[in-house]
Design a protein around this ligand. Structure first.
Ligand SMILES: Cc1ncc(COP(=O)(O)O)c(C=O)c1O
Length: 381
């Protein structure tokens, strides 16, 4: 079957495409039908059976940890299910708990959640920003900020704005010189690019169940590397305890793995939906998704180059993933024009972002480019 025929089939799983040329994967990405179905079915089971819904949902919780782990070549025993990427970053920050005299290194291409925990909750440590150039982080700008007092380097595998994809192995050669923990935010990356937490060796990785993983909001995860696995959890609950079935309120025997960082009842509807998202991704095939998204984004970049807008996203395939961002002095106006043409994209910082997914078509990119072209021509007149 040709890619186009396969995509035509897959589009039936995404009701949103009937209403929009949907070229955005940020914020709340479109809900695939199988994810909605899984959540509806859980709700039905819960309404009809009450606690009877628990065993299968708890099984989904365990399977979800396994699936998240598989994505990053890890073991489920290193995975904490969180409510979001942000919650994962904050948990990692609490485990690391940088002290006065230490520093934390972030980049100016980070998402807010990558810098705010250090700015607000762990402000005793000095916060150092690597400044980007041309939408990229250069290692020669990063290296001088790292030293033996660095408590952690937080880095996005793919950045939210320019969409720059950093070479984690190169970053690791710098952090490993000083034995600095590496926290990778993979929210814009997983599902699209392969990350192996063993190569290079990562200490923490956070991600959402949404975006490229197609699950609902309210679920994410934190990978905790071996050297932090026996840390005292900053917050504990019944799920943290290996002896929870003893109902011993006097003694808490913490799990020996990442389960010690789980607190209370998980977001079961979200868990069931997140698992369905990962199963769908597996069914479609990550290789297909990656290839299709690369083809669509390359096509969009070529078209935008021809129009002559200022593209912020690096051009080389290995330096980008699913995001294409360009700046425009009147981007809010353009955003409205696109919306009026029923084209959904992102609009923030200096411009417009699209992140087409595997279910998008080249005709949809053409439609988008034609609105951008007439906007640019009109503004030159
Ligand atoms: C790189 C990155 N990290 C974190 C987040 C926040 O994710 P969450 O809402 O799951 O905390 C986003 C959201 O766009 C993001 O792009």
């Amino acid at each position: 079957m040709s890619d186009e025929a396969y995509v035509a089939e897959l589009r039936n799983l995404f009701p949103v495409v009937e209403h929009w040329t949907y070229l955005y994967n940020g914020g709340i990405h479109p809900c695939p039908r199988p994810v909605g179905d899984a959540m509806r079915s859980f709700l039905y089971q819960w309404e009809e059976g009450g606690r009877d819904a628990w065993p299968s949902a708890y099984e989904a919780f365990s399977r979800l940890k396994e699936k998240f782990a598989e994505l990053i070549h890890a073991s489920a025993s290193n995975i904490v299910i969180t409510e979001s990427t942000t919650a994962g970053i904050n948990l990692a920050a609490q485990i690391l708990s940088p002290q006065p005299g230490q520093n934390v290194v972030v980049t100016d291409l980070a998402f807010m959640s990558d810098t705010y925990p250090w700015l607000v909750s762990h402000a005793a440590a000095e916060l150092r920003f690597v400044k980007s150039r041309d939408g990229k982080i250069y290692l020669e700008d990063l290296e001088p900020l790292i030293d033996e007092y660095t408590a952690v380097l937080t880095i996005c595998a793919v950045t939210v704005g320019s969409g720059f994809r950093i070479d984690l192995s190169e970053v690791h050669t710098i952090t490993s010189k000083y034995n600095v923990p590496l926290l990778v935010d993979a929210a814009q990356a997983l599902g699209l690019i392969d990350i192996d937490v063993n190569d290079p060796l990562l200490d923490f990785l956070v991600c959402t169940a949404g975006k490229w993983l197609m699950g609902p909001t309210g679920v994410g995860f934190l990978y905790v590397g071996e050297r932090f696995l026996n840390a005292t959890p900053p917050a504990v609950g019944w799920l943290s305890a290996a002896n929870r079935n003893e109902w011993d309120v006097y003694h808490c025997q913490l799990h020996q793995d990442a389960m010690r960082f789980q607190g209370g009842m998980p977001n079961l509807i979200g868990v069931v939906g997140a698992l369905a998202g990962l199963e769908l991704l597996e069914q479609i095939g990550r290789d297909f998704v990656e290839r299709r998204v690369r083809d669509l984004t390359s096509y969009a970049i070529e078209g935008l180059q021809e129009i002559g807008v200022k593209i912020w996203t690096p051009r080389a395939d290995h330096e980008r993933a699913g995001i294409v961002f360009f700046c425009d002095p009147r981007y809010q106006d353009l955003y409205e024009k696109l919306k009026n043409a029923r084209i959904y994209c992102g609009s923030f910082l200096c411009g417009i972002r699209i992140d087409p997914n595997f279910y998008n078509t080249f005709e949809e990119i053409d439609k988008f480019l034609s609105v951008v072209r007439s906007h640019v021509i009109r503004n030159m007149e």
